[in-house]
Write a protein that binds this ligand. Structure first.
Ligand code: F6P
Length: 358
């Protein structure tokens, strides 16, 4: 293996640059040249948009949000059919991309992407492209990996927002509704909400009843807890019927904002409490990645290069271990879990050129 391409596609995500750093670091240790393809899969179309990446190009990018390669969630490769829905990419586009791979002498292509981009990656693999995948989404909703990078940074933003909303909510004895990202899954809402001290969390996966939420808030009031923090995932469904009617001057229904705004209005009507909404939006995707997202990103990048070198095409790097479980206490004492010389973390450090003193 002499040369590999790396591209990221779809929305940006804190930790993307850490993956690129891992890919370039590991590849250079293995004598493989890396070509960074710009603007997602679009960069595979002629005239190709690319740049050769050396370790020098990755100095200082670990801590940067966004992606040095640029990205897009539009274009010739993106499924318009929705999440995970296979849509045939036209033959012409595939041949164009194949031509670019040949022109750049790429022996493998590392695709960093979420559900839609990995669907495209799979189609390219099935069309004969030497593709390996790296899962990416702040939503942490990809089934085949327990964690994606970006999620921790997004949750950190939610926690920071809740910490701030808590003090103002308490001062004014208000209900504060925070709308967070998560179109199809409520992981950011659940993790960010629990870590940030939310009192109510509403997610797409669980039906909810606003009257019950209002009763809960009124009971908190009666119990002396005068403020309430509500987190709602952007993809949470509007409760069937039962919304208090809002009429404009012409009698038409007036929709004021997204789900957070609607929930806030509905709760204010039902509880009589002063309620405000706050939409966190793309603040969750921007800015510096947390340490955890950097390390997951770097490990994914290193593993992706190794996978490519082994010819593990059509495969994706993945993080395992999902649950908190219980074990006998006696298993925890007398011995510590220490860094293993041949363990993945040591290999990752070595792979990206970190000197461990030997
Ligand atoms: O899937 C990641 C995500 O950040 C979602 O949580 C959010 O709904 C969406 O992307 C936003 O996409 P865009 O940047 O295109 O508005």
């Amino acid at each position: 293996m002499k040369r590999i391409g790396v591209l990221n596609s779809g929305g940006d995500c804190p930790g993307l640059n850490a993956v690129i750093h891992g890919v370039v670091g590991a590849a250079s240790q293995m004598g493989i040249e890396v070509v960074g393809i710009k603007y997602g899969f679009e960069g595979l179309l002629a005239p190709a948009s690319y740049r050769v990446l050396t370790p020098a190009d990755t100095i200082g990018i670990l801590q940067q949000g966004g992606t040095i390669l640029g990205t897009t969630n539009k274009g010739h490769f993106i499924s318009k059919l929705g999440m995970g829905t296979p849509e045939e990419i036209s033959k012409g586009i595939i041949e164009n991309a194949r031509g670019t791979m040949q022109q750049l002498s790429l022996d493998a292509l590392v695709v960093i992407g979420g559900d839609g981009s990995l669907t495209t990656a799979l189609q390219l693999y099935r069309a004969g492209f030497p593709v390996v995948g790296v899962p990416k989404t702040i939503d942490n909703d990809l089934l085949a990996t327990a964690r994606t990078f970006g999620f921790d940074s997004a949750c950190a933003m939610v926690v920071d927002a809740l910490d701030r909303l808590q003090t103002t909510a308490q001062s004014h004895e208000r209900v504060m509704v925070l709308e967070v990202m998560g179109r199809h899954a409520g992981w950011i809402a659940m993790w960010g909400g629990i870590a940030g001290g939310a009192n109510v969390i509403l997610i797409p996966e669980l039906e909810y009843d606003l009257d019950k939420v209002a009763d809960f808030i009124k009971q908190r009031d009666a119990d002396g807890y005068k403020s309430t923090l509500v987190v709602v995932a952007e993809g949470a469904h509007l409760p069937e019927g039962g919304l208090s009617t809002r009429s404009g001057s012409a009698g038409a229904e007036v929709r004021l904002g997204g789900i957070g705004e609607i929930i806030a209005q509905e709760l204010e009507v039902r509880t009589g409490k002063d309620t405000r909404a706050c939409v966190l939006g793309h603040l969750q995707r921007g800015g510096q990645p947390t340490a955890l997202d950097r390390i997951i990103g770097a490990r994914f990048g290193v593993k992706a290069v190794k996978l490519a070198a082994e010819g593990g095409f059509g495969r994706m790097v993945s993080y395992d271990a999902y649950r908190v479980v219980s074990v006998p206490i006696e298993e925890a004492v007398h011995q510590l879990r220490r860094v293993q010389d041949n363990g993945e973390i040591v290999e990752t450090a070595r792979a990206i050129g970190i000197h461990l003193g030997q």
